[in-house]
Write a protein that binds this ligand. Structure first.
Ligand SMILES: [Zn+2]
Length: 414
C-alpha cells in the first residue's frame, strides 16, 4: 500500500518535512518514505491512497491512561491531592463492571479517533485488556498492584502476564501503584520478577507534596488514605524523597516508567538520570489534582526519556493527545520548548519512554507502520509544527501495524 499526502513529517532525528510525501507499507512495516514522485516511480504497481489536504505523521504515543475509568473529573471536585484520591475511591465504589466496560470501549474509540496508536494502560479491574486486544491498538498493559503487606511477596501470576493471542500488539507489564501503596517487600519481589523476565514497569512516583511529606514522616494528607485502608502509619515508606527511597531499595531501572514525577529535587533528577528511569508527563492531570508542575526542561536537559500521557478521565477532561500537547506547550513554552519539541514528545519521545523507539514513534523504513493523517492546517505561519498544534483536534486516518483502524469504512485503496 502507498499513501500520499500534501505534507509528511517523520519525527526522527532527521526531522524531515516532505511536501507531497508518500510512504510505502508492506506487511505492517514502513517499507519506504520519500517524495511522492520518487515513491511513485519506484513502487507504481501498488495499491494507492491519495490523501488530499492532509499531513502524515507517526501515530501518537499516550504513555499513561486508565481506560476503565469513565468521565469522573467534574464529580470529584477536590481541593487537594489526597482528597482527590479519596473522592475517586468513593466514586469508584458506585461503579460496576458495566460502567468500566462502557468506559473502556468509549475511551479506546476516543484514542483511535484522535490519533493515538500506542497506549500505556494501567489495568486495575481486568476490563481494559480484552477491549484493547480487540481494538487493534498497540499497548503495554501494566497490571496494577496495591499491596501493603509488610512481608508480602507480590507474586506475579503467569496468566496475568500472558499477552494472549496478539503478542505483536499487546505487551504485558506491571504497575505497583505508588511507593506509598505497595510495601518494600512486594516492590523488591516485583523488581526481581521484572528483571528476570524483562517486564516493563510503570509507577506513580513523586506525584504530590503529600507523598514526599509521608516519606519524611511529616504530617501528610495521605494519612487519611492509610486510615481508610486500615494501614498503620508505621508501614509507610521512609526517605528524604520518593526517588531516594526507591533507589535505596534497588527498584529503579531503565525498565521503569515513572508517572508524574512532579515533586523532584535536583538530587532526584541525578538519580533518575543515572538509573535511566523514563517519565510519563501528564500536565493536565497534574493541574487538576493540584500537585504542581513537572520540571520538564530539567529532565530533557538531563537526557531523561519523557513522553506525554493524558492520564484518566478522572483527572483530565479528554483523552485527546492534541489537547495534552497544547496544554504542555502553554506551560512549557516559557522554558524554551517549541511546538516541534512538544510534538516530538508525543511521538518519538513517548516511544523512547516506553522502550519502543526502535519500533514506533517515527516514520522511517523498517519501523512499524503506525501512522496517522491529520488535516493540513488552514493557516500557514511558516512553522508547520506550530500550525499543527494550534489547529488539530482529531485525525482523519489512524493506521496501526499497517491496518487502517479509522475510519472503518473509507479510504479503501484503489
Ligand atoms: Zn495514573
Amino acid at each position: 500500500m502507498i499513501i500520499t499526502s500534501a505534507k509528511l513529517i517523520t519525527c526522527n532525528s532527521r526531522t524531515t518535512i516532505f511536501t507531497d510525501g508518500a510512504i510505502v507499507i508492506k506487511k505492517g512495516i514502513i517499507h519506504a518514505v520519500g517524495s511522492m514522485s520518487n515513491i511513485m516511480r519506484q513502487f507504481s504497481d501498488r495499491k494507492i491512497i491519495h490523501l488530499q489536504n492532509a499531513l502524515l505523521m507517526p501515530g501518537l504515543v499516550n504513555t499513561h491512561t486508565h481506560l476503565e475509568l469513565p468521565a469522573l473529573l467534574y464529580t470529584l471536585r477536590s481541593k487537594t491531592f489526597p482528597e482527590w484520591v479519596l473522592n475517586l475511591i468513593a466514586a469508584k465504589n458506585k461503579l460496576d463492571n458495566k460502567d468500566y466496560s462502557t468506559a473502556a470501549l468509549n475511551n479506546i474509540n476516543a484514542l483511535i479517533q484522535t490519533g493515538t496508536t500506542t497506549v500505556g494502560e494501567i489495568c486495575t479491574h481486568g476490563i481494559s485488556p480484552a477491549f484493547l486486544k480487540r481494538s487493534g491498538l498497540r499497548s503495554i498493559l501494566y497490571y496494577e498492584m496495591i499491596n501493603m503487606e509488610p512481608k508480602g511477596n507480590g507474586q506475579v501470576s503467569k496468566n496475568l502476564l500472558s499477552p494472549g493471542k496478539d503478542p505483536v500488539l499487546v505487551q504485558s507489564g506491571l504497575s505497583p501503584h505508588s511507593p506509598y501503596t505497595v510495601s518494600e517487600s512486594v516492590l523488591r519481589n516485583i523488581r526481581k520478577a521484572a528483571q528476570k523476565r524483562n517486564i516493563p514497569l510503570a509507577m506513580h512516583i513523586a506525584e504530590s507534596k503529600d507523598e514526599i511529606r509521608l516519606l519524611q514522616r511529616k504530617s501528610s494528607g495521605l494519612e487519611r488514605l492509610y486510615q481508610f485502608a486500615g494501614w498503620g502509619l508505621d508501614r509507610a515508606p521512609m526517605g528524604s524523597s520518593s526517588f531516594e527511597y526507591l533507589n535505596r531499595i534497588g527498584f529503579l531501572s531503565p525498565n521503569l516508567l515513572a508517572v508524574h514525577a512532579v515533586q523532584v529535587t535536583d538530587k532526584d533528577i541525578g538519580i533518575m538520570q543515572k538509573k535511566k528511569v523514563s517519565v510519563a508527563h501528564c500536565p493536565r492531570s497534574n493541574k487538576v489534582t493540584g500537585v504542581g508542575r513537572m520540571p520538564l526542561k530539567l529532565f530533557l536537559d538531563a537526557g531523561i526519556a519523557v513522553g506525554l500521557g493524558t492520564d484518566s478521565l478522572a483527572s483530565a477532561p479528554t483523552l485527546n493527545m492534541w489537547d495534552e500537547m497544547r496544554y504542555a506547550y502553554r506551560i512549557h513554552r516559557h522554558d524554551g520548548l517549541t511546538p516541534k519539541d512538544i510534538i516530538f514528545l508525543a511521538t518519538s519521545g513517548g516511544a523512547r519512554a516506553m522502550g519502543m523507539d526502535k519500533q514506533i514513534g517515527s516514520i522511517a523504513p523498517g519501523m512499524k507502520a503506525d501512522v496517522i493523517a491529520v488535516a493540513l492546517p488552514a493557516k500557514n505561519t511558516g512553522d508547520l509544527y506550530s500550525d499543527l498544534l494550534r489547529e488539530t483536534k482529531s485525525c482523519i486516518m489512524t493506521i496501526v501495524n499497517g491496518k487502517i483502524l479509522y475510519p472503518t469504512d473509507a479510504f479503501k485503496p484503489v
